[in-house]
Ligand binder design. Structure first.
Ligand code: C5P
Length: 222
C-alpha cells in the first residue's frame, strides 16, 4: 500500500518544522524540509558569485547545484554537491537572499520535481512522508490526504524564531514580516491557504499540543 502524505504550509516561524518533525517521528514517517532546499540553492548562488537580485542570472545557474536531502526526522540532512550545509544555510546572509532566489521559476521547477520524487519514494519505501514549506498544499502535493496551514501571531512567530537563532526579537520580527510579504506576493507559487487546507492557529498552543492534533488527523486519514 502507498504511504500517507502530510502537507504543511505556513509563514516563517509558524512552527512548521518542529511540528512536521514531531509528527514524522511519532508515526515513523519521512520528513522533508523544503525551505532547506531553497536555502541550499541560495547558499550555492552566493558562494558562486551569482547576483541573487538578478532573476536571469539565478535562472541560468539554477540547474547547477545538486541538492541531496536526508529524510530521517531525528537527523534531517541537506547537502549541496555532496557537502553538508546544515549550518551554512541558517546564516542571516542566506536568510536575507532566499526569498529572491525562491521567486525564480527555474529554481522552483527543479526543486518541485526533486520534492515530488522524494515524496514518491517516501510513499513506497516508508509509511509516508511529512512535507513542510510554502507551496506544498497548493503545488507540490495538492492531493495529499492531510493538508494543513499553520499560523501564529507575528509576535509569537518572531519570539520563537529569535529563540531558535538567538537574535534580537525586533530585528527578527522585521525580517519575518519582510519574507512573508515577499513569499506571499511573488508571481510563482505564492504562499496562500487553499480552501481545503485545515488552518491551525498555534499562538496559544504548546508544540506537543500542535503535534497531537496533527498526529490525530494523520491517523484518521491513514
Ligand atoms: O522554511 P524556511 O523559512 O526555511 O524557508 C526559507 C525560504 O524558502 C522562505 O522564506 C521562502 O522564500 C522559500 N520557500 C519557498 N517554498 C517552499 C519552502 C520555502 O519558496 N516550499
Amino acid at each position: 500500500a502507498e504511504g500517507i502524505v502530510v502537507a504543511i504550509d505556513g509563514p516563517s516561524g509558524s512552527g512548521k518544522s518542529s511540528t512536521a518533525k514531531g509528527v514524522a517521528a511519532a508515526r515513523d514517517l519521512w520528513y522533508l524540509d523544503t525551505g532547506a532546499m531553497y536555502r541550499a540553492v541560495t547558499w550555492w548562488m552566493l558562494r558562486n558569485g551569482v547576483d541573487t537580485t538578478d532573476p536571469a542570472a539565478v535562472a541560468a545557474a539554477a540547474a547547477h547545484p545538486v541538492i541531496t536531502m536526508g529524510t530521517d526526522p531525528a537527523a534531517p540532512t541537506v547537502q549541496v554537491d555532496g557537502r553538508d550545509v546544515a549550518r551554512e544555510i541558517r546564516t542571516p546572509e542566506v536568510t536575507t537572499h532566499v526569498s529572491a532566489v525562491s521567486a525564480v521559476p527555474e529554481v522552483r521547477e527543479r526543486l518541485v520535481a526533486l520534492q515530488r520524487d522524494i515524496i514518491a519514494r517516501g510513499r513506497r519505501q516508508a509509511g509516508g512522508i511529512v512535507v513542510e514549506g510554502r507551496d506544498i498544499t497548493t503545488v507540490v502535493a495538492p492531493d495529499a490526504p492531510v493538508k494543513l496551514y499553520l499560523t501564529a501571531s507575528a509576535e509569537a512567530r518572531a519570539d520563537r524564531r529569535s529563540r531558535e537563532v538567538s537574535a534580537d526579537a525586533a530585528a527578527t520580527r522585521a525580517d519575518l514580516l519582510r519574507r512573508d510579504r515577499l513569499d506571499s506576493s511573488r508571481a510563482t507559487s505564492p504562499l496562500t491557504r487553499t480552501e481545503d487546507a485545515i488552518e491551525l492557529e498555534t499562538t496559544g498552543l504548546s508544540l506537543d499540543e500542535v503535534i497531537a492534533v496533527v498526529v490525530k488527523l494523520t491517523d484518521e486519514a491513514a
